[in-house]
Write a protein that binds this ligand. Sequence first.
Ligand code: ZN
Length: 406
Amino acid sequence: MSTTLPASIAALVARTPEWGALLERWCLINSGSGHGPGLERMRVALQEEFTRVFPTAAVTVLSADAPGYNPPGVKALRIRVRPEAPHQIFLCGHYDTVFEADDAFQHARWLDADTLNAPGAIDMKGGIVTMLAALDAFEQTPQHERVGWEVLLTPDEETGSHGTRTLFEEAGRHHHFGLVFEPGRTNGDIIHSRKGTGGVVATCHGRAAHAAKVPNDGKSAILALAEFLLAASKIPENLPGVLVNVGNIRGGTAATNIVPHFAQAEIDIRVTQVSDREPLFARFQALADDINRREGLRLELKCWLNRPPKENLPGERALFPAWQQAARDLGVAPFTWVHGGGGSDGNFVSAGGLPNLDGIGPIGDQLHSDREFCRVSTIAPRAQIVALVLHRIATGEIVLPTRTKT
Ligand SMILES: [Zn+2]
């Protein structure tokens, strides 16, 4: 090892029961993205824990209002230490989950001594525990004054971060590097880029008529929309890097003896590069135009990209080898970094120009299902990598890529 391992970083592994207990406690607080009172309870629990561990930190409660998206009054938390230090690191995580107050999945169960099955265990309360553990260890290292940090904890990642995206974009102005504590891959790999995410609402208007009218001048909105959706789902065959998923469909009336005049579908779309956006939207429009040329039918589209794609930045390529080196020095099993299909707040961090490593949280799987689990023994080693990298930044052994502040 090129530097001796500070005792507080070495000690993280022996503290694993503490991380498991904290994670279980946090998972038992329902914080579904739509559950305002639960999110507030979770926000208070986080604030208490971070304040207990970092009593000198400046804690700010920030509005995350986004009418129509977030429950009114939800808040983000910012915890800041040494904003004047020469090196500034941004760390983020979301404390909402996809499991709402009425979801059947509310329990925490230990499947074995190491595996916690609980809502949000890996996505991503386990990541927030990892962040807390890493910072706790780092704050006890000898040269920690050289590094300042900001933690941002948010309540709306699962629904698109409508109330917090500007907070992530802003982070780029004050920091030199970002760390996003989303879960790692099951083999330990972290994430170097992510697809951008968005959606399409396709609304089809036809002409109602009696089902048995002869001759029948009814125009079925359902059949026209179905034709459109089948063609739309094939767009990725000719546009690599793009994903199209028809998520839901509704239409018609309760009476089946009417040619339906209305149908609507919602589609999830993903792009790998910003430049995928225009051709993708153009293809959707061309398919709608085919329908619209027919008398009695009108297909309207609303297309948008919510999260921009997270492209791999030069500053990330500069730091990743040092990240792997820290893992090797700690004896952590080797891993690399890969492209991830799902979006995260790392997309917004990158859009703000801040190089960042994503997917550095603990290891688990089955997120967004009641089989979601975290391997609690992976919290300490992942936190050790973070703490050791911060320590090496403080000592000057790792030199952060320079970036011009805007
Ligand atoms: Zn998620």
